[in-house]
Each structure stands twice: as C-alpha cells, then as structure tokens.
Design a binder for this molecule. Structure first.
Ligand code: PCD
Length: 806
C-alpha cells in the first residue's frame, strides 16, 4: 500500500453518507436567489387569473354581472359557477369526502370565498376588472361559534346537504353536523372514571391558525389543444395526487397531464390540497387556449386557502392517588368551516387524533370527535403535524399538567410514572396504535439532567415566595412536554388518498461512469431532500453523495408517490430509497463476482465496493462495477444498473421527544420572555444531524408563533381577523428564542435504515412546552388553565383575572 491509498475511514468520509453533517446542496441556488419558483415561470402568451371574492361570510348570491368588467381592455374572460357547470366543475370533491364549491353557486359560506374568476392580460388589469364585476348579495345569519353549530335554530349552512343524514363518515345528527368519530372502549373508560381516586376535566382549545408559508399557493396551467395535453406547474406538496385528481375531474387521460412542482417556498401542509385557484386556472386555459397563471396574495392565502387546528377538546383523566393514570376521555368539537376539506387520509375524519394517549400507558380510553360546519374558511390542514397529532399532543400534555396540579405532584415525575416502558414496545395503545419503539425514560432523564430541572424548580419556588412578599413582579414558568409523534402514512391497509394507497417510491439509475440520478415520489419544500436522499444512497451503494443527483416534483419522470407532508418522506420514501439502492447493490454483487471470478457468496461489501472475503486486496469499487454493467455485462445479466422501489410501510414510525421551556413573565405588562428552550428529539437513525437541527429550529419557531400569538380569528359577523402580517404573528429573529437541541437514538425496528420522521416533531412538542410554561407560571396564583394563544394582552388579562395586578 502506498501513501496515496485512502484508508477505510477516508473512503467512508468521502461518501458523505448517513450521519454526516453534509451541507445542503440546494442552498447553493436558494442563497443566491436562483431558485425557480412557480411565479418565476413566464410562458409565451401567458395571461393572469384573479378572483372576485365575497365580502360577506354568509349570503345568497342573487346576481353576478360581468358586462362592465368584460368591456375593460385586456380582460379576456370572467368565469362564474354557471360556466363551470358546463364542464361539471362548479363543485369539486374534497379529500374528506365532502364536496366544495369552486366558485360561489347561489351562496357564499365564508368571507373572501371565490365568487368569479377574472382572466386578463396581466395581473393589474385583472385586479381592476375584479372591481367592475357586479355581485348582488342577500345577507344571511352568520354562524362562527362552533359551540352553537348544533343548536336547533342554528342557520342552515349547507342547503345542498338538505335531508342527507348519512355523511362520508357515518350518520349526521343535525343540518350543520359533518360526522361523529368514535374510538376506544366507552364502558370500560366510564368504569375507570367511576373507580378513580382523582379525576380532572378541562376544556382545552387549540385555536384556529394558518401555516402561512413564505410563498403563497400558485399555479400555471397550460392546455395544448393540438396535442390534447395539459401541463400544470404548481406549489404542490403532492404532485402525483394532483395529476390523478386533475384527470378524474377533467376526464383528460392521466398520461396527457403533466404536473410539475418546481422549487417551493415552504409548504407546512398548506400546499397539500386542491384549491379553486387550480381548477379555475385549468378551466381558463382550456377555454382561452393560452397558459393561465394564478398567484394568491397574502390575504387570500391567510383567509381562504385552508386553516389549521380549531379543535375544542374536553379532556378528562382518571387516576389513582399515587398518580397512576387509569383512563382518558376526550370529546372534540372540530370546527371545519364551510366545507369539510380537511387534508387527512380519506378514512380518518379527525386524522390521527387517536394518538391522544400520548406517551403514557393508559389502560383504557375513549374518544369522540364531532365535526361541524361554520361560516369560516374550509380546509383543515396538518400545519407541521401528522394529521391532528399536534392537537392530540397539546391535549394530553396540558391534561397531564392539570392532573399533576390536582395531585400536587411534579409534572415531570407524573409523566415518568406513567411512561410506556421500554420493554412494552411494540406497544399497543388503548386507542388502536402500535408504537414501534421508544425509550422515554432515558430521554426524559437526559433532558432533566441537562437543564438542571430540580434546581429550576427550587428557583421557581423562591421566586414565588418573593412575589408573594411583594418583592418582585416577575413570575417564572417551567413548561414540560413529552410527546410521541406518529408519522409515515402509511400502511396501505389503513391509509389512502381518494383511494390511492399511501406508499412511496424511489428510482435510482447509476450511469456508466458511476454517477447517479435518482427520483422520488416526494417533494421537498425546503426540507433538504436533495441533500439527504443522496446521503442514504451514498451509504447504501458507496458512491459519493456529490455524484448523486436527486430530482423530485416532475410527474413525467418521478415514480408515483404520495408526496411530502406528515413527516412521511423519511419513513416511507426514505425506506424506498434504501431498498432501491439495495437492489442495485445486489446486482452489483453479481457483476463483481463475475469480474473477480469468484462466487458472489465469497464477496463482502466494504464501504464503496465488494471485496473477496479474507482477501480485501481483491476488490471492485462500485464505480468499476458500474462501468462493467454497461461495458461488458456478464452473460445472463441484463446490462445497465438501475432499480425502482415502491414501499408500503408495515407500520408508522413513532418519534418522540422531551422539551423544556423556562419562561419569565412580567405580570404587569403580560410580556413573556423565554429564558431557555431545550429540545431533545429521538427520530431513530439520523441521516443528517445538521438538517435535523435546522428542522427542529424551524419547527420550534412555528410552535413559538402558534402558542404565543398566531391566530386566525373571526368576529360575530364572520369578518376574518388576522388575515395579514400586520395582525398575524410571524416571529422574526428579534422575538425568536434561542434553541438548545439534543437527541437520543432509538431506531425504528421496521424501517430499513431505522429512521423516523423529525420535521414536525418540534411543532408537536413545542406548543405544549410553551403553553405549559405560561400555565405553570400562573398555577401558584390559583389558575388551572389559560387558553392559547398566549400573547401579551391575554397574559396580562389572565394576571388581572387572577388578581395579580393588586
Ligand atoms: N431527516 C434526517 N434524519 C431523520 C429524519 C429526517 O436527516 N431521521 C431529514 C430528512 O431527510 C428531511 C428532513 O429531515 O430532509 C425532514 O424529514 P421528515 O421528518 O421525513 O419530513 P418530510 O416528509 O421530509 O417533510 C415534511 C415536514 C412537514 S410535514 C412540514 S409541515 C414541514 C417540515 O417538513 N415543512 C417544511 N419541515 C419543513 N422545512 C422547510 N424548510 N420547509 C417546509 O415547508 Mo406538513 O404535514 O406538510 O404540515
């Protein structure tokens, strides 16, 4: 061996495979402003579409007169529901089994609802023409309070469902009722409550908010009438699903539809669903024969394309005097707005909310969810959350704190007492899930030791005494949150979208010179897939990550996949990638055996090639094997080196984490300062620790925003408040706390590389940590539960209500 021969370690490092803090390759273009987003697309002859929207939250539409608008030079067309009826598209099916108006058909159900679509030569003319479309409304009584939805005299919101007492998810019990979803053992749970030493009950609300990605929803639709082909570029988290839905709705054959999701400026669940803007652009392009662009503005995005949360959770826990929990009962009132357009797997009307038993060994539980209509925007999306997991985590994590308070126990100790134990995995939860793996005790103890939990409690006690003596106006809260996520939708046996099973896919092609192109059914919106997917392949087939190109988002080239949301990409596509790579390695082994003239069983894999067992000098690198695959394929073996894998996961993955928030609150101003925030995440095998850290920082920042102020609110007449960044809290670097991150590693036993998702975890665990910190601070003044969001005004008000203002 001479000095130039790289060592095994050097060869391994050169791959930049799994576990490496590889720099994000996509950032080269993003940081230079060279990303290609939908709005960068300029096609010859392209025109612009924009919406006439309703100023009312509930009204009959008695007349739409577009004649003045059509007279404006540059206006090409004005579409209304009547036009869409001609192509059977005035209404569209939702992911949740309901139907939704594309354009107002006789009435509107929420403020800013789409009423007509103006197509003009450019955006400015379209905007002027919108003002010229004359719409007559007849106001109807408005319903914004979900608690009044099922009142006998509540206004009828959906006359189209009149007399339809069977919904997509079972019987409906009222004209504004959508579904009741029940899980668990009601009788057993009632018994647990009647036998309990202690019970607690609290109505815990998770307010309506919005994912508000930097880039709003947008698309360009282009119908080539000669070829009969439709191309749609759009901000799609799930491009293949959009293609299938577009084909089903338009009856254009699926192979003649090309859906392309270029670079996306953040998704956060907002870009999963199909919105009226997409349908109208497609119809407009079919009608006009030219490409049509539609780009939402910020207010349109915040007020109409989806929302998140709006769950009102009556939570009850039964326990023994020593703190052992014996039963959980939750009733959720779910406000779905004017149409049930929630983006959940089709069979799950409340997503995976039944993960609500959390990290605790509840022997029995019962859950009931009632979905109701109100005069608010539709489209409940999983804003950095795997289908209502964040609501569930907030519910149980507030609930455990409230129970600890009643028992006079420390909330961390109460959690530890009730954790699912390591030896119980795979763990069957009372509400039907099988948790794959976990070691909650190790994570919790590591977290508590690192932040010095007991010392913080002692400090808090001293502060409370000083406050009571009138020596300070500042109080201190310690927020504890221990969450279990459920990500990786999901086994086809229980998850589908409009009938398409929720698998995912990867295709890998090794070129003759040993470089690689790979494509997946997922679509990054900023997560860094181009970086991390290459790392998985690098480790599996021994080709440096820098020689591997990752391409997503073009349905003509990528294998069919269900897209990126619900932190499913790593659990599902990540597995497909590893398995496709292993197919390549298996074939490479046969070729190497031929090249080295040994049996393939005499070979062993070593970092970046195969070597003869016991004779490591006799080896062929993957690069050499790739050349041979094209240059001199052995007899009986097909030339080329490529593989495809479609992966249907056997189970979800269950990441978890221990989060602690230390907060100082000035009771006189209501200003809360996060002194420390510590987040320990366990997402199994870590592909790229730097990207994970970035994901945790981003998710915590969103959690901070939601818990501490971000809200979409409505007044009684249905005016949407918080529909601009003047009112909707987006934290900047100034407000955002400093994040301390940490980890443990408990691999998923069923995932080929042991990885679980992580992107959503910080949002799921972060919100309860912040809210528990605020609530914990006020406990000693006699408070049990203060509703989110905890902005300075509400904290000030809570302090006042508790008599803390003296
Ligand atoms: N990872 C690693 N390792 C592990 C895991 C993971 O490394 N173990 C990494 C991966 O690779 C990627 C990331 O991390 O890159 C993430 O991942 P995940 O968890 O799997 O996830 P995904 O699927 O990919 O994604 C999704 C998510 C979500 S869901 C959300 S909201 C958000 C997150 O992601 N979004 C976003 N993050 C983010 N970031 C950014 N930048 N942007 C955005 O937008 Mo949903 O449901 O949709 O709501």
């Amino acid at each position: 061996m001479n000095d130039m021969t790289p060592t095994r370690e050097q060869r391994e490092a050169a791959l930049e495979g799994m576990g490496c803090k590889r720099k994000r390759v996509e950032d080269i273009r993003f940081t230079q402003g060279k990303g290609q987003y939908v709005d960068d697309l300029k096609l010859p002859g392209m025109v612009f579409g924009d919406f006439v929207r309703s100023p009312y939250a509930h009204a009959k539409v008695t007349k739409i007169d577009a004649s003045e608008a059509l007279k404006l030079p540059g206006v090409i067309a004005v579409l209304t529901a009547e036009d869409l009826k001609g192509v059977n598209l005035a209404w569209m099916p939702t992911l949740a089994g309901d139907v939704q108006m594309v354009l107002a058909d006789g009435k509107v159900l929420y403020q800013n609802q789409e009423v007509a679509f103006v197509v003009a030569e450019n955006r400015y003319i379209a905007d002027d023409a919108i003002q010229l479309v004359e719409v007559e409304y007849e106001e109807l009584p408005v319903l914004t309070d979900p608690f009044k939805s099922l009142d006998e005299d509540a206004p009828v919101l959906r006359p189209d469902l009149d007399g339809k007492m069977e919904g997509a998810h079972g019987p409906r019990k009222h004209h504004n009722h959508i579904f009741t979803w029940e899980v668990g053992d009601k009788d057993e749970t009632s018994r647990a409550f009647s036998e309990a030493d202690v019970t607690v009950k609290e109505m815990i609300s998770y307010h309506r908010t919005h994912p508000s990605p930097l880039e709003t929803c947008q698309c360009v639709a282009s119908m080539d009438k000669v070829k009969g082909e439709l191309t749609v570029w759009g901000t799609f988290q799930a491009p293949h699903v959009i293609r299938t839905v577009a084909s089903l709705l338009s009856t254009i054959p699926e192979h003649k539809i090309h859906v392309i999701a270029p670079d996306i400026g953040g998704g956060f669940g907002n870009k999963v669903g199909a919105y009226p803007g997409y349908i109208c652009s497609i119809v407009a392009s079919i009608v006009t024969g030219v490409p049509v662009k539609w780009v939402e503005d910020r207010m349109e995005n915040l007020s109409t394309t989806s929302f998140a949360r709006d769950y009102h959770m009556t939570t009850e826990i039964a326990a023994k005097n020593d703190g052992t929990v014996t039963g959980l009962k939750v009733h959720v009132l779910a406000d779905h707005g004017g149409f049930d357009a929630c983006a959940d797997p089709s069979k799950w009307p409340a997503g995976f909310f039944n993960i609500v038993t959390g990290s605790y060994d509840f022997p029995t539980a019962h859950l009931e969810v009632d979905g109701v209509y109100t005069n608010k925007a539709p489209g409940g999306v999983a804003y950095r959350c795997s289908f209502r997991v964040t609501e569930a985590a907030y519910c149980i994590e507030r609930g455990m704190d409230i129970l600890a308070q009643k028992l006079g126990m420390d909330p961390a100790d109460l959690r530890i007492k009730n954790f699912v134990k390591p030896e119980q995995f795979p763990y069957q939860s009372a509400l039907g899930w099988e948790y794959d793996s976990g070691d909650y005790h190790t994570a919790m103890h590591k977290a508590m030791d690192t932040i010095g939990y007991r010392e913080l409690r002692a400090e808090q006690k001293a502060k409370q005494e000083a406050f009571n003596r009138g020596e300070t106006r500042e109080i201190m809260g310690i927020g504890v949150s221990f969450f279990t996520e459920i990500v990786g939708a999901g086994p086809s046996k229980n998850c589908d979208i409009l009938g398409v099973a929720m698998f995912d896919s990867a295709e890998i092609r090794v070129h003759p010179t040993g470089s690689v192109i790979s494509r997946m059914g997922t679509k990054s919106q900023g997560q860094g897939h181009e970086t991390t997917w290459a790392q998985i392949i690098a480790t599996e087939i021994g080709i440096p990550a820098d020689d591997i190109m990752v391409e997503e988002g073009d349905t003509d080239t990528a294998p069919y996949g269900l897209g990126t949301y619900g932190s499913r990409s790593t659990p599902v596509a990540g597995a497909a990638i590893a398995l496709a790579a292993r197919k390549i390695r298996n074939k490479a082994q046969m070729i190497a055996a031929h090249m080295l003239e040994v049996s393939e069983y005499d070979l062993e894999w070593d970092v970046d090639g195969f070597q003869v067992k016991g004779n490591p000098q006799a080896r062929k690198s993957m690069k050499e094997i790739a050349w041979a695959a094209y240059h001199a394929p052995p007899q009986g073996i097909e030339p080329g080196l490529e593989a495809v894998s479609y992966y249907d996961p056997p189970n979800m993955t269950y990441p978890f984490g221990a989060y602690f928030c230390v907060m100082d609150i000035d009771v006189d101003t209501g200003v809360a300062k996060t002194r420390r925030f510590y987040a320990l995440d366990d997402c199994g095998t870590r592909i790229n620790p730097m990207i994970i850290e970035g994901q945790v920082h981003g998710g915590l920042t969103e959690a901070f925003a939601i818990a501490m102020g971000q809200e979409i609110r409505y007044d009684e007449t249905g005016n949407v408040m918080g529909a601009s960044f003047m009112d909707f809290f987006i934290p900047t670097a100034v407000e955002t706390p400093h994040w301390e991150t940490d980890h443990t590693v408990t691999p998923s036993p069923h995932h080929p590389i042991g990885a679980k998702g992580v992107g959503e975890s910080p949002n799921v665990g972060g919100v309860p940590a912040f809210s528990n910190a605020v609530n914990d601070a006020f406990q000693f003044l006699g408070s049990t539960h203060i509703q989110m969001p905890h902005d300075a005004w509400r904290i000030w008000q809570a302090a006042k209500d508790l008599g803390a203002h003296g």
